[in-house]
Design a protein around this ligand. Structure first.
Ligand code: NI
Length: 186
């Protein structure tokens, strides 16, 4: 089932999300629905707060980047109870977008490598280093779990220029093909 994506300005996007227990009601269905929602919206990542749930879970599909990074050929994953425990490598500037912020893309500076601890769909604990596009997408999705969105990370001038556009998105004044919830729509 495709879920509506909560737009910028929705309070759930600013909360610190919490870990879940293995008996979390409807977990497998939620994960399936999030993959389906992400695909329908042409996204490469989707975090649970973006579908209105303040829990530390996100899905990712980075297979589209395999041409440049062959190691991503099968990269379709769910991260549950995710916690980044170390960041390193050289900082990189990469343009980002977000399904909660349609039609806006901005350069964002982030560390090139991260060490993340999480559990997989079977609640087996995993600890892995990532770099390249995987590290970039993970950091973007992970930020959603801490109430952070990419416009928070752009330079102050850009941030000022974005303010009106972000307000329009909150009001639903945006052309978007997938289903969304707009916090300020009248
Ligand atoms: Ni996002």
């Amino acid at each position: 089932m495709i879920l509506p994506v909560f737009a910028f300005g929705s309070p759930v996007l600013r909360k610190i999300a919490v870990d879940i227990a293995p008996d979390y009601q409807g977990l497998n269905e939620l994960i399936d629905n999030m993959f389906e929602t992400m695909k329908a919206a042409d996204g490469v990542g989707l975090a649970a707060p973006q579908v209105g749930l303040s829990i530390r879970l996100f899905v990712m599909d980075a297979r589209g980047y395999a041409e440049n990074e062959p190691s991503l050929a099968n990269f379709r994953k769910v991260f549950i109870n995710a916690h980044i425990i170390e960041k390193g490598g050289e900082e990189e500037i990469i343009e980002e977008g977000c399904l909660s912020i349609p039609n806006i893309h901005e350069d964002v500076l982030r560390p090139g490598k991260i060490l993340i601890r999480y559990v997989d769909a079977d609640f087996s604990p995993v600890e892995e280093w990532y770099e390249g596009m995987a590290a970039r997408i993970i950091q973007h999705e992970y930020d959603h779990l801490d109430g952070i969105m990419f416009p928070d990370l752009v330079n102050p001038l850009k941030k000022t220029l974005l303010r009106g556009k972000l307000r329009d998105i909150s009001k639903g004044k945006v052309a978007v093909k997938y289903k969304m919830v707009f916090p300020l729509k009248k």
